[in-house]
Design a protein around this ligand. Structure first.
Ligand SMILES: C[S@@+](CC[C@H](N)C(=O)[O-])C[C@H]1O[C@@H](n2cnc3c(N)ncnc32)[C@H](O)[C@@H]1O
Length: 274
C-alpha cells in the first residue's frame, strides 16, 4: 500500500458513525451494498466501454474494496489502482490484486494520462466540493479515457410498495444530516452538469435498477433497513420514536410476501477530451 500525506477527509463520510454497528457494521454495509447491485453496475460499466482492454482503472474512494474485489474477479485482465483517503478502510482491500494508494482524490500521486478509466462510486455525495476530484480525475485520464460516477438522489431513490408516507420526514432528516456534515444526498441531479463543468465530453446519464424480483427483499436492508438511522439518534437528529417507526415499517415490509422494491442507481459517464 502506498501512502501519501492526505488531509483528513473533509465531508460527510465517517465509517465508524454511518451504521449502528460502528466500523464493523459499516464494512458489512459496504459489502452488502456492493453485492446487491454489482451485476447491474458491471453491465453499465461494460455498456460504457469499460473492459479489460481499457487500460488501468483508477477507483477513487474505493473504501474497503467491496467493489474493487468484484471488479478484479469480473475483469481479471484490467489493472486496478484503488485510492482512498482513509488508509484503515483501504487496508481491507488488501489481497484483491489492486494497487492500493492512500491519497486524497483531489491530489492523486499518479502521473498525467495514467488511466483509461476512473470510477467513483458513492463518493461525491460526501464531498463539500466534488469539482476538484473530478478535475484531478481528468488530469490522470488519458485522452479518450472515461469517467464513471455512480450516485444517488434522495428524491428518486426508487420505489417501495407498500408505501409508508409516515417515513418521508425520517428520510428527509437523513438527507439533512448529510448536508449538515458537508455532503449531498441529492447529488444525482447534478452529476451531468458537474462532469461537463469539469471538462468531460460526451456526458451521459445511465440509470440502473435493482429489484426484489431478482434479489431477496432482505438484501435491501442496507438501503431500507433502520441501520443507517441509528447514528442519527445518537447525534440527536432523530428521536428514538422515529427510529422505532422506521424499524417497525422495515419489519412489516420484509415480511410482506407482496412487497416490491426497485432501487435506482444513477451512473454518469464522460470522456476525457482527445
Ligand atoms: C460511502 S464510501 C464508498 C466506498 C466504495 N466506493 C464503495 O462503494 O463501497 C465513500 C468513500 O469515499 C472515501 N473518500 C471520501 N473523501 C475522499 C477523498 N477526498 N479522496 C479519496 N477518498 C475519499 C471515504 O474514505 C470512503 O471510503
Amino acid at each position: 500500500m502506498t501512502t501519501t500525506p492526505a488531509r483528513p477527509a473533509a465531508g460527510s463520510y465517517d465509517p465508524a458513525a454511518t451504521t449502528s454497528g460502528g466500523l464493523a457494521g459499516e464494512l458489512a454495509r459496504l459489502e452488502a451494498q456492493a453485492a446487491l447491485s454489482f451485476d447491474e453496475e458491471l453491465r453499465v460499466l461494460r455498456e460504457s466501454g469499460v473492459d479489460e482492454s481499457c487500460g488501468p482503472l483508477v477507483e477513487i474512494g474505493a473504501g474497503s474494496g467491496a467493489v474493487t474485489r468484484r471488479l478484479r474477479a469480473a475483469l481479471p485482465g484490467l489493472p486496478v489502482t484503488a485510492v482512498d483517503i482513509d488508509g484503515d478502510l483501504l487496508a481491507h482491500a488488501e489481497g484483491c490484486g489492486a494497487d492500493l494508494v492512500v491519497a486524497d482524490g483531489a491530489d492523486l500521486p499518479l502521473p498525467d494520462r495514467f488511466a483509461g478509466c476512473v470510477l467513483l462510486r458513492y463518493v461525491l455525495q460526501h464531498l463539500a466540493d466534488p469539482l476538484p476530484v473530478l478535475t484531478e480525475a481528468l488530469r490522470v485520464l488519458r485522452p479518450g479515457g472515461r469517467i464513471v460516477v455512480t450516485e444517488v438522489d434522495a428524491s428518486c431513490w426508487g420505489l417501495a410498495d407498500p408505501v409508508f408516507p409516515e417515513l418521508a420526514s425520517v428520510h428527509a432528516k437523513l438527507t439533512q444530516a448529510q448536508a449538515s456534515a458537508g455532503g449531498d444526498r441529492t447529488i444525482g441531479r447534478r452529476l451531468t452538469r458537474l462532469l461537463r463543468s469539469a471538462g468531460y465530453a460526451e456526458v451521459a446519464l445511465r440509470p440502473f435498477a435493482t429489484t426484489n424480483d431478482d434479489r431477496p427483499t432482505e438484501d435491501f436492508a442496507p438501503h431500507l433497513g433502520p441501520g443507517r438511522l441509528q447514528p442519527l439518534v445518537a447525534s440527536g437528529a432523530l428521536t428514538l420514536a422515529e427510529f422505532a417507526l422506521a424499524a417497525d415499517r422495515w419489519n412489516r415490509f420484509r415480511k410482506d410476501p407482496d412487497a416490491y422494491v426497485m432501487l435506482l442507481g444513477l451512473t454518469a459517464t464522460g470522456i476525457a477530451p482527445r
